[in-house]
Write a protein that binds this ligand. Structure first.
Ligand code: FE
Length: 240
């Protein structure tokens, strides 16, 4: 378990674009480079090879169980992910009592829907309105609500996002294609080892009469981090 309790601010990186958020924090060198490798024509990246070597070593020493690793990977590939959070948001849109419960005790409300576990023990839900937009970051590392959103995207862990989300949140939102009205305040929430946030985006217009399932399909991962908005039905219908 992560032990950090306080988060420090980092120096903002000026001029970064959305592309910058996709860069790894500690990039390994990439082509072009001409020196010979002795791994033949492996299609694995250097990072993949490092991970594989580490896993092999740990397995050989008996520190990890490959079956356990496989179960973990399968869990986060098939069971845990943003589709869970989308169901929570859709329920909050249609059920006022649940919305209130979510506001007062997010951990309990989310658990009642069957979602809980590691990195989601202390959840807080924040609700976007016409006058207030919420944005979540972990300035220190990558704290993220796993049970409802799965594992964090690479950009969430990048240094530019972690610093600029605090220093220039509107600029970050613009990089993600989100333009808010000038009178909409932006609140930035810094995740910690203890508290993880779920943004409940505004319900899109034109969704009256939609079922929870239909609504959940409009809830994107980014909209639950605050770097996006829920999809409009028109956009959703037009997409493949
Ligand atoms: Fe963190």
């Amino acid at each position: 378990m992560s032990t950090h309790a306080r988060h420090r601010r980092t120096t903002p990186t000026r001029g970064a674009t959305a592309q910058a958020y996709t860069e790894p924090m500690n990039p390994v060198h990439s082509p072009p480079h001409s020196h010979d490798h002795d791994n033949g024509h492996s299609e694995l990246s250097e990072m993949d090879l490092r991970v594989r070597a580490l896993e092999t070593l740990l397995t050989e020493k008996g520190y990890v169980d490959t079956a356990a690793i496989d179960r973990l990977i399968e869990t986060y590939e098939t069971q845990v992910g943003p589709h869970n959070g989308a169901r929570v948001v859709a329920r909050a849109w249609v059920d006022a009592a649940f919305r209130q419960q979510l506001a007062q005790d997010a951990t309990g409300a989310i658990a009642d829907m069957g979602f809980g576990g590691r990195q989601g023990e202390h959840m807080v839900a924040v609700f976007n309105t016409a006058t207030e937009h919420h944005l979540v970051v972990c300035t220190l590392c990558s704290c993220y609500p796993w049970p409802v959103l799965g594992l964090p995207p690479v950009w969430y862990k990048s240094a530019p996002y972690r610093s600029r989300a605090v220093a220039a949140p509107r600029s970050v939102l613009a990089d993600f294609g989100v333009a808010l009205p000038a009178n909409t305040a932006v609140r930035v929430w810094d995740s910690t080892a203890e508290i993880r946030y779920l943004v409940v985006p505004q319900r899109p217009q034109g969704t009256e009469g939609f079922s929870e399932e239909q609504l959940a399909a409009l809830v994107t991962r980014d909209s639950m981090i605050g770097t996006g908005l829920a999809l409009s039905p028109a956009w959703s219908a037009a997409s493949p």
